[in-house]
Design a protein around this ligand. Structure first.
Ligand code: HNI
Length: 147
């Protein structure tokens, strides 16, 4: 069971309450697809992913980035039981989508980079440590049904 201090809860809620989902979601997913091109294989039905500019202007990718970020919302609202919150989503990614669970970490890292760029100096080491803890719990919960 993961323990969260009041300070950590505040940091996570503050980050997500000030987040522009429509901006950050697409940027994080695009970054993942560009930096780690093998992650594109799961989006074969999304049309043109030929190069970085095609990925960044692909409306289906943008919409999916927003959807993924809203998926994280559920973890923010259920910080004390992220594992159970994601059990169905983990089964979906494992059994139906066959997404290699290593990729969860890659997307989480891209999300950290995008949020850090947005927050600038406010993304202190303390904030980063807490955000890292949060995404690690999410990544572990999403990978849970793979074992
Ligand atoms: Ni993911 C569908 C959340 C990582 C590939 N994904 C979803 C949905 C949510 C979601 C929510 C929609 C489910 C539904 O329709 O019921 N995905 C998340 C979260 C993370 C994540 C919170 C990690 C932070 N997904 C990834 C990664 C990949 C990925 C790393 C591949 C590289 N996800 C998919 C694909 C779909 C998907 C593919 C289905 C898309 C579609 O068009 O149906």
């Amino acid at each position: 069971m993961v323990e969260w201090s009041d300070a950590e809860r505040t940091i996570i809620t503050d980050i997500f309450s000030s987040l522009d989902y429509d901006d950050i979601g697409p940027k994080a997913l695009c970054r993942c697809l560009i930096v780690y091109p093998w992650t594109q294989r799961y989006f074969g039905g999304y049309g043109n992913l030929y190069n970085a500019s095609a990925i960044k202007t692909n409306p289906l990718i943008a919409a999916h980035g927003i959807k993924v970020l809203h998926g994280l919302d559920r973890a923010v609202k259920n910080m004390d039981d992220i594992k159970a919150t994601y059990s169905e989503l983990s089964v979906l990614h494992s059994e139906k989508l066959h997404v290699d669970p290593d990729n969860f970490r890659l997307l989480a890292d891209c999300l950290s980079v995008v949020i850090a760029a947005k927050m600038g100096g406010a993304f202190t080491a303390e904030v980063q440590a807490t955000f890292q803890k949060f995404v690690s719990v999410v990544v572990s919960a999403l990978g849970r049904q793979y074992h």
